[in-house]
Design a protein around this ligand. Structure first.
Ligand code: NDP
Ligand code: 2IT
Length: 443
């Protein structure tokens, strides 16, 4: 067996049950085979075996009191994966499905993603199996405060800087930031995605969705007239999905579907974003309510969204939401490009279908890197104690996404895999982190 195949088998055997982590690690290490086979330095210094284990994982309980004065308790985690190129950086997720495997997969991906941005940020991820759905603001606040009462020990502007992810947005970041400040008495950049009144960056809210579309536009300009007139199917209706839809319109495309965990809407005239923002950001409601605003749109409960014909597919909800059968349906219906707004939304089998049918495929670690990139820019502004305009941030985001396109294209071509952005993104992200690890000493 080859070096990477052996290593993948070894990691899997030592991390039983961590299926999401196995999936992410197998994809990356498989893509790296030509790099490590042709460069003995990486093998000699044990770079890959080290990358497969987080520098540190913290697991802790979060007790809190609900509105009925009952004690509740959740499990929370912070996986500090890699500090090779900067302080640990990556979001916090609140979702009942959260476990160590999911956070290890996310922290592992984040390490290479952050490497691709060109910014000095390491990789990490955290979260809790807390379900914010149906909780009052006061309950969410008490949960966030209790979580930070433990987590603050491990954070610092030069140590670990979390941000939002599924179930964590401006409200939660605000409550966590307030508690950190209350405990430590320090006003410092230990979270990004902060509110604009207390150190947040303009453009961070929009950054992941906007960045995704900047990257897709860059790619599509090489093969057609960019996004102009293209119908986009977008899953999810959270932070990433809504701003992906907004930038789709701005670049001349038409978003026609969106979803949540209950079902999806298909609006052939184009999604009404004002209505969607009202339902999701103001009312924190369900997507089924959308047809009250748009009688011509159709709501379908459950799955099946990827059967709607579209030109480009942008999965922006969660991991493993787009399966082999979905990929076959999209391909049969003429979809020409897929961009992962979420982290690992396409299964390995789905990716294989896209690649073998020459559907352009932009993997999450490149396509959704705009969010963490602007988080990096928020850290920079906090250090400088100044504030850039929206236009300045957006300009930097565009050039970072153009840089990612360039890096993944060049790396793929270097290993005779031109157009394979999975290989290109993994190789380019890996080299950045691996070279830093080598330079800092073998052990
Ligand atoms: P939000 O919580 O704002 O939105 C998540 C959306 O996905 C909601 O519509 C939610 O529906 C849906 N969803 C979540 N879990 C599931 C599930 N198990 N099954 C079906 N639908 C689900 O999160 P974000 O938009 O911030 O994150 C979306 C994805 O993008 C995640 O993969 C995240 O890791 C990734 N990402 C986020 C970045 C950011 O800056 N926020 C940066 C880079 C990547 P419902 O409300 O019904 O649960
Ligand atoms: O997956 C991701 O890149 C994020 N959730 C954003 C992380 C960040 O630190 O902004």
């Amino acid at each position: 067996m080859s070096y990477t195949k052996n290593l993948i088998a070894d990691v899997i055997s030592k991390t039983t049950g961590e299926t999401e982590f196995h999936q992410a690690m197998t994809e990356v290490f498989s893509a790296l085979a030509p790099v490590v086979d042709s460069n003995s330095r990486y093998q000699e210094a044990g770079i890959l075996p080290k990358m497969a284990i987080p520098e540190r994982s913290i697991v802790f309980r979060v007790p809190w009191i609900d509105d009925k004065n009952q004690v509740q308790v959740n499990t929370a985690y912070r996986v500090q994966f890699s500090s090779a190129i900067g302080p640990y950086k990556g979001g916090i997720r609140f979702h009942p499905s959260v476990n160590l495997s999911i956070l290890k997969f996310l922290g592992f991906e984040q390490t290479f993603k952050n490497g691709l941005t060109g910014l000095p940020i390491g990789g990490g991820k955290g979260g809790a199996d807390f379900d914010p759905k149906g909780k009052t603001d006061a309950e969410v606040m008490r949960f966030c405060q209790s979580l930070m009462t433990e987590l603050y020990k491990y954070l610092g502007p030069d140590e670990d800087v979390p941000a939002g992810d599924i179930g964590v947005g401006a409200r939660e970041v605000g409550y966590m930031y307030g508690q950190y400040k209350r405990i430590t008495g320090r006003y410092e950049s230990i979270l990004t995605g902060k509110g604009l009144t207390y150190g947040g960056s303009l453009g961070r809210t929009e950054a992941t969705g906007y960045g995704l579309l900047y990257l897709m536009d860059n790619i599509l300009k090489g093969v057609s007239n960019g996004l102009d007139g293209k119908k986009a199917s977008i899953s999810g209706s959270g932070n990433v999905a809504i701003f992906a839809a907004e930038k789709t319109y701005q670049l001349g495309g038409i978003p026609i579907t969106m979803s949540d965990s209950g079902g999806f809407v298909h609006d052939p005239d184009g999604i009404d974003l004002a209505a969607m923002k009202e339902i999701k950001f103001v009312q924190r409601g369900r997507i089924s309510e959308y047809t009250k605003h748009r009688p011509n749109a159709k709501y379908t409960e459950g799955k099946g969204m990827w059967n709607v014909p579209c030109d480009i597919a942008l999965p922006c909800a969660t991991q493993n939401e787009l399966h082999e059968a979905d990929a076959k349906a999209l391909t049969a219906n003429g979809c020409i490009a897929v961009g992962e707004g979420a982290n690992m939304p396409c299964t390995a089998e789905a990716v294989e279908v896209f690649q073998s049918n020459n559907v352009i495929f932009a993997p999450g670690k490149a396509a959704n890197a705009g969010g963490v990139a602007v988080s990096g820019l928020e850290m920079t502004q906090n250090s400088m104690r100044l504030h850039w305009t929206f236009e300045e941030v957006d300009q930097k985001l565009q050039s970072i996404m153009a840089g990612i396109y360039e890096k993944m294209s060049t790396a793929a071509a270097e290993y005779n895999m031109a157009g394979n952005f999975v290989a290109g993104a993994n190789i380019a992200g890996f080299k950045k982190v691996a070279e830093a690890m080598l330079a800092q000493g073998a052990v």
